[in-house]
Design a protein around this ligand. Structure first.
Ligand SMILES: *[C@@H]1O[C@H](CO)[C@@H](O)[C@H](O)[C@H]1NC(C)=O
Length: 406
């Protein structure tokens, strides 16, 4: 029992074989140099492994669109063409409107050619099917002098949305103003996209430009669409979703002035760009009124719109002791990886590999151990010792724990 305890309180250290060979010596130092360069150059300086990162960015976005357009002989202002009106990070600018005025609840014929019918039985087949402008009654009625269509009950007259109309082209010259505040909660660091250098005179005149006006918070719609590699006319006709991305990459070890937003633009609904099934983006809404006698009527609007999503992302890093220590330990440990490579070369490819092998792995047989034990210790020691000697030898045979003259 006592023997086992004294054996536990021991210290084992690796035996080193110093190989004085130019070839392996140079390889060893070059590999070590490469590993050290990698850690200092890439891990520490480029990837900033000495910093702790916060990517849980908190952000608020406020937007405001400006500009006037002419549509259907009406001058349109912000309240007419921006939906929703709150100035949130997601908003639509309407480019095309199909209006159906004075709709009341009642019975009327369908407006589309696909609901054409010869008699009532054609329409009976369509009842309880979704689609169309209302609930089918199962009757075939006259739409105009040359066409009969199925009758519906709902908001009448039914909308005719296949008319060709021109979008409001002035949208191209509208401007979007974006106010963005961010905070990195880990460092309690706040900043906004109005840089201290921006004056109110500048903000009145500027338009964002990726080279000349990188920090101007006012964006021309036409520019945004061009930066997203889209065609304004196509987008105005069909509608679509454009992303305005604001990226914040901040190194808080440096001055606060280096933590600036970077804007990028992309089309988010790439799927509707390629498909012909549902191209673009549109939605319907209605304005409700009441007649003097209390009957409700409405104006139905089908809007084609360009939707803008302002997306904010970013992360900030700052020096911290814990990642520094962890990465330094990893760096020092990795320097030892060179040993593996040198061992392989030394024991397999170098001249005199057999002699090196013999020096590195001292072979000890069972009978040698037994005889040395009985010689030095006599026979009174427990079997515990013999076991531990065997285990130690086995361990050193398997390990790579050698170094070259370090
Ligand atoms: C946009 O503005 C430019 C210059 O201010 C003008 O030449 C152009 O006609 C405008 N575009 C539209 C569609 O109104």
């Amino acid at each position: 029992m006592m023997g086992c305890i004294t054996d536990f309180f021991t210290y084992e250290t690796t035996k080193s074989v110093v190989v004085k060979s130019w070839t392996i010596g140079i390889i060893n130092r070059v590999v070590q140099l490469l590993i050290i360069t990698y850690f200092i150059g890439w891990v520490f300086l480029h990837e900033k492994a000495y910093q702790v990162w916060d990517s849980a960015i908190e952000s608020s976005v406020m937007t405001k669109v400006k500009g006037f357009g002419v549509y259907n002989n009406r001058v349109m202002d912000v309240a007419d063409y921006v939906i929703p009106t709150q100035g949130a990070s997601v908003f639509c600018i309407i480019t095309k409107l199909i209006t159906t005025e004075n709709q009341v609840q009642g019975f009327c014929p369908e407006s589309e050619i696909k609901y054409a019918c010869g008699n009532d039985s054609d329409c009976k087949a369509l009842t309880n099917k979704p689609g169309g402008n209302g609930v089918m009654t199962g009757r075939c009625v006259s739409f105009n002098s040359s066409l009969n269509t199925c009758e519906i009950t709902g908001w009448c007259p039914a909308e005719i949305d296949y008319v060709k109309i021109q979008p409001m082209m002035e949208v191209e010259n509208f401007t979007i103003f974006i106010k963005n505040s961010i905070r990195f909660p880990l460092f309690n660091f706040t900043k906004g996209n109005f840089l201290p250098t921006i004056t109110s005179d500048y903000i009145k005149k500027c338009n964002f430009h990726p080279v000349n006006d990188t920090y101007c918070p006012i964006f021309r719609v036409g520019d945004v669409i061009r930066f997203a590699h889209q065609n304004f006319t196509t987008l105005a006709h069909k509608g679509g979703v454009i992303g305005i991305k604001i990226g914040w990459q901040c190194d808080l070890d440096k001055s606060e002035d280096n933590c600036n937003p970077s804007y990028s633009f992309t089309r988010l609904d790439a799927v509707s760009e390629k498909t012909s099934v549902s191209p673009g983006y549109n939605f319907r809404y209605a304005k409700y009124y009441k007649m003097d006698n209390g009957t409700e009527y409405r104006t139905l609007l089908k809007a084609y719109a360009i939707r803008f999503d302002v997306l904010v992302n970013g992360n900030a890093g700052k020096f911290n002791m814990i990642p520094t220590i962890i990465n330094m330990v990893a760096a020092f440990t990795s320097v030892g990886v060179g040993t593996v490579l040198c061992d392989i070369i030394l024991l397999n490819f170098l001249k005199g590999a057999e002699q090196y092998k013999a020096k590195k792995f001292e072979e000890v047989s069972d009978t040698q151990i037994m005889s040395s034990i009985s010689q030095s210790n006599g026979l009174h020691r427990s079997s515990c010792d013999q076991l531990s000697v065997k285990q130690d030898e086995k361990w050193s045979n398997e390990s790579w724990g050698f170094s070259y003259g370090q």
